[in-house]
Design a protein around this ligand. Structure first.
Ligand SMILES: Cc1cc2nc3c(=O)[nH]c(=O)nc-3n(C[C@H](O)[C@H](O)[C@H](O)COP(=O)(O)O)c2cc1C
Ligand code: SF4
Length: 601
């Protein structure tokens, strides 16, 4: 269908200020801390954030327009320019690419006559990429209007989708099986297995008392499942001891690490156990208020989570003593970092704070706050039910209990696998049906890349720690391209606060792109190594510190993948100066030796 013939949409006719911000401001009691939620909800109604709306919101919250614009400009899912009636974002993780996302996106753009990243002239549609949407087990995937997902994309699905957009069929009326998100639990152990009866663990803790439960958590040697592996009992003790007017419990459900989707499944399948764990934490640290920070990409889980909260309130398991609100993120990976997450909860840009003080002393609204991963809270519920001795008998000495892995990439059975800590990498590969495996990226781009000689290594804080991603690459994959995809991810997600991360990531991307274009030399690889050294330890938060991990691992373990891209062993410039002068030669009608540059060094 020719888009030029279709009438302009409501959005395209610049329906500026069609929506009144007043009811939203009322709903949030004109609280400036709710800024991100207000912007997100306004945008859900209007499609984007016109300047006049930002002015109304600034006035209503008694903030400056500059502040509101600064916050709106920070988050990738907030738009201060019209992005069309249908905002399509293709998930751009390496696993989506391996499943053909680039060709599918090109096909959709061609069918809709859209240039990627630009809104179509009639205001109907825009198509772009976004970082991993957490649907790697059922990719390639895309997001529409930050609300609806389409999984398992295929050429037929794309063709059908383009037609529905041209016919202006709302995404809510698209075939329901398109947005089906399977839980794909392949191997369940403690947490993914049979679910505890809601309230049962809470009753045990009430009978035992919060201090005794804290001791039980310490004895269990539970370590946080968000990546760093900090001892949960110690964190809760510090939070409990910290002086403040109020204490807070925050569930980190940002899950932005590419290749990780375990929290998505825990929230859809085991939400009661997660919320019960938060409630136990509240009893221990003395909190009346809990917050779940749910990543914007998981907007489709919101109704389910709200209904679990409602049902727990009806059962008296949540209420005046302790209650929970859900805050939706707006597309910023750095907000998974706990202090950036707190900034975001407070309605600010998600820039990590200077620490100390740590959140346990000075967190949400300046008060003692414990931030824990979804899986950590889930584990607490099981420890309350079965005891510390039982939990610490599973796993290894320093890594007790089980760990859930989100398996994707080159394997027959992607999905969720729960194992005791100490499980061999090779065992997981066997179970998921991986063949001819060249490498495994454990813990996402911030984690570690393992080659075949290391498949005997074990998951655990003593050996291979992980936040939950397990991406498999067979021998047909180019590990240089894997590292380049990750480098683009970090450059895209850097918050820009500190120079080593902001500039360093950009320089890494430029060098890798230069290698990819065939202009590389061994000197470029040396420069990449230097950049890694410079960035490591010099950045303000963990994002910058981990950004070069994939680069370092792949250069060390898959050097031939880089050498394939080398043009010369010597330095080669990133662009051809002589070719750049061709226009000047044309204009001056010269093509003699003096009009050419010798560029090879
Ligand atoms: C850039 C960055 C992103 C992070 N993303 C997440 C995340 O999505 N989920 C999470 O639980 N922890 C994430 N973390 C770790 C958190 O800062 C924090 O350590 C964790 O939520 C603590 O919970 P735990 O003690 O239960 O592991 C991230 C850290 C960094 C540096
Ligand atoms: S390291 Fe990167 S993400 Fe972290 S504060 Fe610095 S610029 Fe921001």
């Amino acid at each position: 269908m020719n888009h030029a013939s279709t009438p302009p949409s409501v959005n395209a006719v610049d329906a500026v200020k069609a929506v009144d911000a007043a009811p939203l401001l009322e709903h949030y009691h004109h609280d400036p801390h709710a800024l991100v939620q207000i912007l997100r909800e306004y945008q859900a109604l209007q499609g984007w954030l016109p300047r006049s709306a930002l002015e109304d919101i600034a006035r209503g919250l008694r903030l400056t327009l500059a502040h509101v614009e600064g916050v709106a400009g920070f988050y990738r899912f907030l738009h201060t320019e019209n992005v069309g009636e249908y905002r399509i974002l293709f998930s751009d993780n390496i696993t989506d690419r391996m499943l053909g996302s680039e060709a599918l996106m090109a096909d959709l753009c061609q069918r809709l006559h859209v240039v990627p990243g630009k809104m179509r002239a009639d205001g109907r549609v825009s198509v772009d990429t976004t970082s991993c949407t957490g649907l790697c087990d059922q990719g390639p995937a895309l997001l529409i209007n930050h609300q609806h997902v389409v999984t398992q994309l295929s050429p037929t699905r794309v063709e059908h989708l383009a037609a529905l957009i041209e016919q202006r069929v709302p995404p809510q009326q698209w075939p329901t099986q398109w947005s089906a998100v399977d839980e794909s639990i392949r191997l369940a152990d403690v947490k993914l297995g049979e679910q505890p009866v809601p309230g049962q663990a809470l009753a045990v803790v009430r009978a035992r008392g919060p201090l005794a439960m804290l001791e039980e958590i310490k004895r269990s040697k539970l370590r946080g499942r968000g990546g760093a592996g900090y001892a949960t009992g110690t964190k809760w003790q510090l939070c409990r001891n910290a002086v403040g007017q109020a204490h807070y419990v925050v569930c980190n459900a940002d899950e932005g690490e590419p290749g990780t989707f375990k929290d998505r499944v825990l929230l859809s399948r085991c939400a009661d156990a997660v919320i019960e764990g938060m409630t136990i934490a509240a009893m221990i640290v003395g909190a009346k208020q809990g917050l779940i920070y749910l990543r914007g990409e998981y907007r489709f889980l919101l109704d389910h989570l709200e209904s679990v909260l409602r049902s727990r309130r009806e059962k008296g398991l949540l209420g005046p003593e302790f209650d929970i609100v859900i805050h939706l993120g707006a597309g910023a990976y750095v907000c998974g970092e706990e202090s950036a997450l707190i900034e975001s909860l407070e309605g600010q840009r998600g820039v990590p704070r200077i620490r100390p003080p740590f959140p346990v002393e000075c967190g949400y609204l300046g008060q003692p706050t414990t931030v824990n991963n979804v899986e950590t809270f889930c584990a607490v519920t099981h420890i309350a039910l079965h005891g510390a001795a039982w939990w610490s008998s599973i796993g290894t000495a320093q890594s007790t209990g089980t760990k859930i892995h989100s398996v994707s990439g080159d394997c027959e059975r992607p999905g969720m696998y729960e194992y005791p800590f100490g499980t061999r990498i090779g065992r997981i590969l066997e179970d998921c049906g991986a063949r001819d495996t060249q490498a495994v990226q454990v813990g996402g781009p911030s984690g570690v890349c393992l080659s075949a000689s290391e498949f005997g290594r074990r998951i655990g804080f003593e050996d291979v720690p992980t936040a939950g991603a397990f991406m498999v690459f067979d021998r047909s994959r180019d590990m240089f391209e894997v590292a380049r995809n990750f480098a683009h991810f970090f450059a895209h997600e850097s918050c820009g606060f500190c120079t080593p991360c902001r500039v360093g990531n950009e320089l890494v991307v430029r060098r890798l792109d230069k290698l990819s274009r065939g202009h590389g030399s061994t000197r470029d690889i040396d420069e990449l190594r230097e950049l890694d050294k410079l960035m490591h330890g010099a950045t303000h938060c963990g994002l910058g510190a981990a950004a070069c991990n994939p680069l370092r691992d792949t250069i060390a373990k898959f050097r031939p993948a880089y050498e394939k891209h080398l043009h010369s062993l010597h330095f080669v410039p990133g662009f051809d100066l002589d070719a750049e002068l061709s226009q000047a030669r044309l204009v001056t009608a010269r093509d003699d030796d003096g009009a050419h540059l010798e560029t090879m060094l």
